[in-house]
Design a protein around this ligand. Structure first.
Ligand code: NDP
Length: 446
């Protein structure tokens, strides 16, 4: 058995019943062969075995009272996976499907993603199986306070800096920050995605969606093309999806779909800025369902229980959740003329789907590169907090754009260097890996 196969077997044995974690590790290990061969020092120092083992896993009880005075118990987690190149950094996810395997996959992805951003951030992720959907603001606040009462022992501006993810937006970050400040008696940049008048960065809410679109534009440029005039499908209707639509509109493309866990809307006329404003109010303020969009606007079809991948498009932006594109969806997309997939979500394409995109040689930007703008902007928020300063919207957007261009160049150059120029998956994995692995070697056996 090869070195990679041995490590993979170890991962499956040591982390039973965590298929998403196995999937994320396998996708990375499967592409590292050429770099491991070229640099035997990684195998000699057992870097892969060390990389797949989290530095620390924290798991805790989160008790809280609901509005009827009933006791509720959830489970909280923080995975502090790798701090070779900086403090642990990665979002918190509140969703009923959250368990150890999901958060370990996300934290593992985050190590390489953060490495690609050019900023000094290690990899982490956390969250809870708490479902914010249908809860009152007070219930969300009581949950967040209980969650932070334990989490605050483990995080800090130079130790571990969480942010948002699915189910954790501005409201949740506010409650979490308030409780941290109250217990620790310090006002520091311990979370990112904060409100603008208490330490947040301009463009942070927009960053993942904008960044993914900037990355897509860079991919298209390699073929002398651009977003302008492209018909785009977007899944999800949360933070990432909303700002992906906004940036695609600004660059002259047309988005024709959004979705949530109940279904998809198809709007052939395109989701204009006015319609997007409606979506933002629907999702961020009224916390309603995407179905209501089809009731509000004429000529819109609602596809209950469906994902957007059957809709004909030039470019697809999966921005909801993991494994939302399978092999069949991928084949349908390619058959319908899709030339680009840029992943706003983390691991939205399953291994069969990835295989289809790579073998058909479409422009396929994997999440750890394409959606790295979110965490990159979090890194910019940390810099501003550390310097007690704030940059203008234009300044942050310019830095974000430059970072996405740099990530694209690094990924694309690495793919070329290792002999498969169109393979952004390999390029992203090797480029992200080498920086972290070399830092681990420099720092000795820790
Ligand atoms: P939000 O909670 O704001 O939105 C998530 C959206 O995805 C909602 O429309 C939600 O629908 C839908 N969704 C969630 N789970 C499922 C599911 N199992 N099936 C179908 N639809 C689902 O989250 P974000 O926009 O922040 O995150 C979306 C993706 O982007 C995630 O994969 C996340 O890890 C990734 N990401 C986010 C970053 C960020 O900065 N926020 C940074 C990098 C990546 P519903 O309301 O019905 O649940």
């Amino acid at each position: 058995m090869s070195y990679v196969e041995n490590v993979m077997e170890l991962v499956v044995k040591r982390n039973p019943a965590e298929p998403e974690f196995h999937q994320a590790v396998k996708e990375v290990l499967d592409t590292l062969g050429p770099v491991l061969q070229r640099h035997p020092k990684y195998e000699k120092n057992r870097i892969l075995e060390r990389l797949v083992e989290p530095e620390r896993v924290i798991m805790f009880r989160v008790p809280w009272f609901d509005d009827r005075g009933n006791i509720q118990i959830n489970r909280g987690f923080r995975i502090e996976f790798n701090s070779a190149i900086g403090p642990y950094k990665g979002g918190l996810r509140f969703h009923p499907t959250v368990y150890l395997g999901i958060l370990k996959f996300l934290a593992f992805e985050q190590i390489l993603k953060n490495s690609l951003t050019t900023l000094p951030m290690g990899g982490g992720k956390g969250g809870s199986d708490f479902d914010p959907k249908g809860k009152s603001d007070n219930e969300v606040m009581r949950f967040c306070q209980s969650f932070m009462t334990e989490l605050c022992r483990h995080i800090g501006a130079d130790t571990d800096v969480p942010a948002g993810d699915i189910g954790v937006g501005g409201r949740e970050i506010g409650y979490l920050f308030g409780q941290y400040k109250r217990i620790r008696n310090e006002f520091t940049g311990v979370l990112t995605g904060k409100g603008l008048n208490w330490g947040g960065s301009l463009i942070r809410p927009e960053a993942t969606g904008y960044g993914t679109t900037y990355f897509a534009e860079e991919m298209l440029k390699t073929r002398g093309d651009s977003i302008k005039g492209k018909v785009c499908t977007v899944s999800g209707s949360g933070n990432v999806a909303q700002y992906t639509v906004e940036k695609i509109n600004q660059l002259g493309g047309k988005c024709v779909s959004l979705s949530d866990s109940n279904g998809t809307i198809y709007d052939p006329a395109g989701i204009s800025p006015e319609k997007l404003a409606y979506v933002m109010d629907l999702k961020n303020v009224r916390r309603g369902r995407i179905r209501e969009y089809a009731e509000k606007f004429k000529g819109v079809e609602y596809k209950e229980g469906m994902r957007p991948w059957g809709i004909k498009c030039d470019c697809a932006f999966p921005s909801a959740t993991q494994n939302e594109i399978n092999g069949e969806d991928a084949r349908t997309l390619v058959k319908n003329g899709c030339i680009l997939v840029a992943e706003g979500a983390n691991m939205p394409t399953d291994p069969d789907g990835v295989e289809v995109f790579l073998s058909k040689k479409i422009l396929y930007g994997p999440g750890k590169a394409a959606n790295a703008g979110g965490v990159a902007c979090s890194g910019l928020e940390m810099s501003q907090n550390a310097q007690h300063t704030t940059w203008t919207r234009e300044e942050v957007d310019r830095r974000l754009h430059d970072i996405m261009i740099a990530i694209h160049k690094n990924v694309s150059d690495t793919a070329k260097e290792y002999g498969d120029p169109t393979n952004y998956v390999m390029g992203a994995n090797i480029a992200g890996f080498v920086k972290v692995a070399d830092a681990m070697l420099d720092q000795g056996l820790v």
